[in-house]
Ligand binder design. Structure first.
Ligand code: F0G
Length: 454
């Protein structure tokens, strides 16, 4: 049996509650069967997201105590800039309050009305910012990307033939940049290979197109490159990260994921590109040496970036996810394989074949899992799609219940508890019925919409 091990010890703890099942039933009713509306005090394992919920290290907390408070020219910022240059190899750094703020600045700086931005896969906030700037997202994923049960090592790869075709048909002038997401969030934290990124770089160079790399989830993508791409087996995480960064023109991240605190930023080696984005930081975020982030968090980002190349830090999350995914898969429970880097993704369509997309199977599964376990996951299916212009539901390509793993937060016995409860639910899956909306916002309805049993 594969058993991962924690390469850290727990020194600060937070008490958890495990409510009795009647109280959990009442809590999910009060939350309109939407896990976003649950109160954290009613949750046992919070697997909603890995954003801003990761464990911080003793070194990060210590660094926060020596932060240098200044509106301009803070030493804390200098320390962060040094860490960025050392780890990513880029001289120029713009701080932003979180990942989507970086996306806002990049989109406003480079996208014109009618432009097209090719990606290996979209993320919700990324797509919204590209569209806000007048552009359109085109996803160029490979045929393997949406397969639920698979042994393909790099389901996050971009399809290079589709990219060449798009450049030909749309014209390179319509493409301000190609975006690569290291560890595709919405299809299960699946990685791309260095070989694929090199092929994207070749097409970009032949056509004079920029590459923007989102490294929010790059730690786990690096882990999979080292484990699965022969050329990199003996390379250090630092060398792999540098190899990826050297293939991009602009790099950005949500520090809520990669350095386990708050914040985000944009990094580049290119002074001209830096100048195109720079003046938006004081306009939208804050002065250039804080960008809307507190100095304490700037210090913890600097330490967190250095920890992001420590093998014992980065391997924890993918190995714990693999443990849960492989255990569920061995029991025949439908889950995305191979295990990715963000969480375990249950396939609600396979879990609940008696429901159609219009019964919102992923939302129903999320509510049912909370009732039987106190585990909170996130619906990533038809509820997360808004209705079309005619008011019809748009069935999602995949109906997933995402169980995110905040980094270094859960112990193996807690993961085993989740496994046991999921197995119970699988054996009793015919108990789960569909949901219908009782209150439905027009945009991003998944956040605050309320539902009831259909
Ligand atoms: N890029 C990726 C790949 C992300 O996963 C996220 C956030 C962002 C950008 C935006 O960053 O939240 O700091 O503004 N993902 C979170 C999640 C929200 O729950 O998956 P942000």
């Amino acid at each position: 049996e594969y058993v991962p091990i924690e390469m850290h010890k727990v020194r600060v703890v937070q008490k958890l509650n495990l409510l009795p099942i009647e109280k959990r039933l009442k809590a999910i009713e009060d939350a309109g069967y939407n896990t976003f509306l649950l109160q954290n005090r009613d949750v046992f394992m919070d697997m909603l997201t890995d954003s801003g919920t990761n464990a911080m290290s003793d070194q990060q907390i210590a660094a926060m105590m020596v932060a240098d408070d200044a509106y301009a020219g803070s030493e804390s910022f200098n320390r962060l800039q040094e860490a960025v240059e050392e780890i990513l190899g880029t001289q120029y750094f713009l701080p932003a309050h979180q990942g989507r703020a970086a996306e806002h600045i990049i989109s406003q700086a480079f996208i014109k009305k009618g432009d097209i931005v090719p990606m290996n896969f979209h993320f919700t906030t990324t797509k919204a910012h590209v569209e806000l700037a007048g552009g359109k997202v085109v996803e160029l994923f490979t045929n393997d990307a949406l397969e639920i049960k698979s042994d393909k090592p790099f389901k996050g790869n971009m399809d290079i033939d589709k990219l060449k075709d798009l450049v030909k048909t749309a014209g390179k002038d319509k493409i301000p940049y190609i975006r690569m997401e290291a560890g595709t969030n919405l299809i299960g934290g699946q990685p791309f290979s260095v070989e694929n990124m090199r092929a994207v770089r070749k097409v970009a160079d032949e056509n004079g197109i920029l590459i923007v790399l989102d490294i929010s989830l790059v730690c786990e993508n690096m882990y999979f490159i080292k484990m699965r791409e022969p050329e990199f087996m003996d390379k250090s995480p630092a060398e792999i990260l540098r190899t990826l960064c050297d293939l991009a023109d602009i790099i950005y991240f949500s520090a809520r994921k990669i350095s386990c605190s708050r914040g985000g930023g944009i990094a580049t080696k290119n002074h001209e590109l830096y100048l195109k984005m720079r003046d938006m930081v004081p306009l939208f975020e804050g002065f250039l040496t804080y960008g809307g982030i507190s100095v304490r968090e700037i210090e913890s980002m600097a330490v967190g970036l250095r920890e992001a190349i420590d093998w014992n830090v980065i391997r924890h999350s993918p190995e714990f996810i693999k443990y849960l995914v492989d255990s569920l898969d061995a029991k025949g429970i439908p889950v995305i394989t191979p295990a990715g880097g963000l969480g375990a993704h249950l396939d609600a369509r396979g879990f609940l074949p008696h429901l159609t997309s219009f019964d919102y199977p992923a939302g129903a599964l999320a509510a049912a899992l909370y009732i039987v376990s106190g585990v909170r996951g996130m619906e990533r299916g038809t509820i997360s799609m808004d209705r079309d212009e005619k008011g019809n539901d748009v069935p999602s390509e995949v109906e997933l219940l995402r169980l995110a793993f905040p980094r270094r937060v859960f112990t193996l016995s807690q993961v085993k508890y989740a496994e046991d409860r999921i197995e119970w639910l699988w054996k009793n899956r015919e108990l789960i019925g569909g949901l219908k909306f009782t209150e439905e916002p027009k945009v991003l309805r998944f956040f605050v919409g309320r539902l009831a049993p259909a």
